[in-house]
Design a protein around this ligand. Structure first.
Ligand code: CAA
Length: 258
């Protein structure tokens, strides 16, 4: 599929997906959402790809759902087409780690898209927000659920009800992002993290992603049982043998995804 709203590059084992609608601050229209779901699905299927990075521009990761496109929709349309469901479900089916590299605005659906990734590394220029209330609507791609789990009820309510923006320092302090780096260094830092992940066994990166995400879906007891069984199952892999042997032999492991 040729993309008009994305630029996709594969650098060694990392797929770099860049949102590319500069005139609309990467607002998420139907075309972009379809292309993004396809690009992530292709990266997931591509054996060469071991980690995915999703980013925008220096000014905006994404300024939210496309308000112009959305403004013309009726309740009957959004409800019957299940607006935003198919493409986000496809995105979430990806089993490989996805890092969001956020500079500038990550608002509304843009903040929600960043939270759908496995972790967020932010530039010091990043601004997060759920300002949908100013449009007479509310978050619709998981914002009330994911932001609340990440930053707690009080701050989530504050963000959704006032529509205020959170800067990078507040986002790091409240647990929304894993780290903040100078804007000029953002892609260098994120790509270094992605290449580091790509060196690991895909079996373990997939198992870790599945297990951490399970913590959002189940009780702690069930989640720990799920983790324990996945941990046990990794003892059936050659990579477990290789990783532990390499440590004992004081050498770097050579994982083979087996
Ligand atoms: N949808 C469509 N177009 C958008 C957009 C959006 N979400 N955000 C920005 N744009 C467009 C602007 O209309 C403008 O286009 P024109 O030049 O053709 O007028 C262009 O991008 C540049 O934007 P601004 O001139 O507004 O840039 P700014 O620097 O003055 O302000 C901003 C930047 C604060 C991000 C401002 O653009 C803004 O508030 N955008 C809307 C943010 C928002 O409300 N997002 C939530 C959307 S609803 C949603 O996401 C629902 C959901 O959960 C599913």
């Amino acid at each position: 599929m040729a993309y008009t709203t994305l630029i996709v590059d594969i650098e060694e084992h990392v797929a770099l997906i860049r949102l590319n609608r500069p005139d609309a601050l990467n607002a998420l229209n139907a075309e972009l959402m379809r292309e993004l779901a396809d690009a992530v699905s292709q990266a997931n299927k591509n054996d060469k790809v071991r980690c995915i990075v999703l980013t925008g521009s220096e000014k905006a990761f994404a300024a939210g759902a496309d308000i112009k496109e959305m403004s013309e929709k009726t309740f009957v349309e959004v409800f019957t087409e299940d607006f935003f469901t198919d493409d986000t479900e496809e995105f979430l089916r990806c089993r490989k780690p996805i890092i969001a590299a956020v500079a500038g605005y990550a608002l509304g659906g843009g903040c929600e898209l960043a939270m759908m990734c496995d972790f967020i590394i932010a530039a010091d220029s990043a601004k997060f927000g759920q300002p949908e209330i100013n449009l007479g609507v509310m978050a619709g791609i998981g914002g009330t659920q994911r932001l609340t789990r990440l930053v707690g009820k009080s701050k989530s309510m504050d963000m959704h009800l006032t529509g205020r923006f959170m800067d990078a320092a507040e986002a790091e302090q409240s647990g929304l992002v894993s780290r903040v780096v100078p804007a000029k260094k953002l892609m260098e830092e994120v790509m270094a993290a992605a290449h580091k992940i790509a060196e690991k066994s895909v079996l373990t990166t997939m198992a870790i992603k599945e297990s951490v995400n399970r913590s959002y879906e189940t009780t702690q007891r069930e989640g720990i049982l799920f983790e324990r069984r996945l941990f046990h199952s990794l003892f059936a892999t050659e990579d477990q043998n290789e990783g532990m042997s390499a440590f004992l032999e004081k050498r770097e492991p050579q994982f083979r995804d087996k």
